[in-house]
Design a protein around this ligand. Structure first.
Ligand code: 8OZ
Length: 364
């Protein structure tokens, strides 16, 4: 296809899935899960009213109870959670949408309050500096985690495999492995959080091993063409750093490229400010390394999204806050209509307000 002609409204085949446009609803933590970390009874309405997106990616969802680190995040490890998610996938499909589940393990970004008193687990016993989490008793600082033993790592991979199988049972169209934003898989990948001396630490090959083993296990359940991976090269959220991010993430991306996945989803870092230029970790750097479908995310608006598609630097663009506040974002972008303003007060927790009451253009 002539890339000059591609914009947000150009359909795309992702393996056997037909995406009706290039607009992806980014994964968004909303902390509204109910008793037993079952998705909110309002989640079917919330997601299905955004089914005009080419693809919806769910909020991060713990693949195992041990993978939780925030209050009221949903899981996909119990039968009740699978039943809860079925209502969501049914509603999205009835509305003509496609939906992938984001599978998550927070690693060190947790607290004993979520883990029956146990310490969070991580590649190494390094606490995130300046990071707290909301528990049932309010905001608490995150303690230093416990380093996973080598012989515990198969259980982590198994947790992702189990979550992937449950996501299939719940009727999703595919799954996204959360390898971004300083959670467990990112903690293994980046050298600021990984000081291991076994086969999961040291060299870049070793640090990428868990991510790739998890992706392979999940692909074993789903087929690789139904599996996406999200990475955040150069991201500093959750006190992350890597000394050689182009090498580290370049290796991971090249390895993922050999696996013929549904897509690679990159959160591009904020543009470097001031005197210390950062290495380029935008889609411009990764595009030549990844011939498959590339999603970019990082505060894109309509103009910048169309420009990145037109330049051939990405195939899809994910929108977070804009989809949160505009269920009919696709329609609004088509008409170049004004947008609702997202309200940060209602991003996390609470009820219907700020969740299922943002008006569409028609309703407004
Ligand atoms: C915001 C609040 C809690 C979690 C991520 C899953 O950053 C998250 C998250 C975001 O990927």
């Amino acid at each position: 296809m002539d890339t000059q002609a591609i914009d947000l409204f150009t359909p795309l085949m992702m393996g056997k899935l037909h995406l009706k446009n290039r607009m992806v609803m980014a994964p968004l933590t909303r902390s509204r899960a109910e008793q037993g970390n079952v998705p909110s009874s309002m989640a079917a309405t919330y997601y299905s009213s955004r089914a005009s997106a080419g693809l919806i990616i769910t909020e991060a969802t713990q693949a195992s109870a041990g993978g939780q680190g925030y209050i009221a995040t949903p899981g996909i490890h119990t039968d009740a959670q699978v039943e809860g998610w079925k209502k969501v996938t049914d509603a999205v499909h009835r509305a003509g949408g496609l939906i992938f589940m984001q599978l998550w393990h927070v690693g060190r970004i947790s607290h004993p309050d979520f883990l029956n008193g146990a310490l969070p687990v991580a590649p190494s016993a390094i606490a995130p500096r300046g990071v707290s989490t909301y528990t049932a008793d309010g905001l608490k600082p995150i303690p230093a985690p416990r380093a996973l033993e080598t012989d515990e790592i198969p259980d982590i991979i198994q947790a992702f495999r189990h979550g992937a199988a449950n996501a299939k049972a719940a009727g999703f169209d595919g799954v996204e492995v959360h390898g971004a934003n300083g959670y467990l898989l990112d903690q293994f990948l980046e050298d600021g959080t990984n000081q291991r001396t076994d086969q999961y630490g040291g060299s870049i090959e070793n640090r990428a091993r868990l991510l790739l083993e998890v992706v392979d296990a999940v692909a074993d359940v789903w087929g690789s063409d139904r599996v996406g991976v999200r990475l955040s090269p150069g991201g500093t959220f959750n006190d992350m750093c890597d000394c050689n991010p182009q090498e580290t993430f370049g290796y991971a991306v090249r390895q993922l490229a050999t696996r013929k996945l549904a897509y690679l989803h990159l959160i591009e870092p904020a543009q470097p400010q001031g005197e210390h230029p950062m290495p380029d970790l935008s889609a411009r750097f990764f595009r030549p390394l990844y011939p498959g479908i590339l999603i970019v995310a990082s505060g894109y608006n309509r103009e910048r999204a169309n420009a990145v598609l037109k330049a051939g630097l990405a195939d899809l663009v994910a929108f977070g806050q804009l989809f949160l506040a505009n269920p009919d974002l696709v329609d609004r972008f088509r008409k170049n209509a004004p947008l609702n303003t997202p309200d940060p007060q209602t991003f996390y927790g609470g009820g219907a307000q700020g969740y299922i009451d943002y008006p569409t253009l028609d309703a407004a």
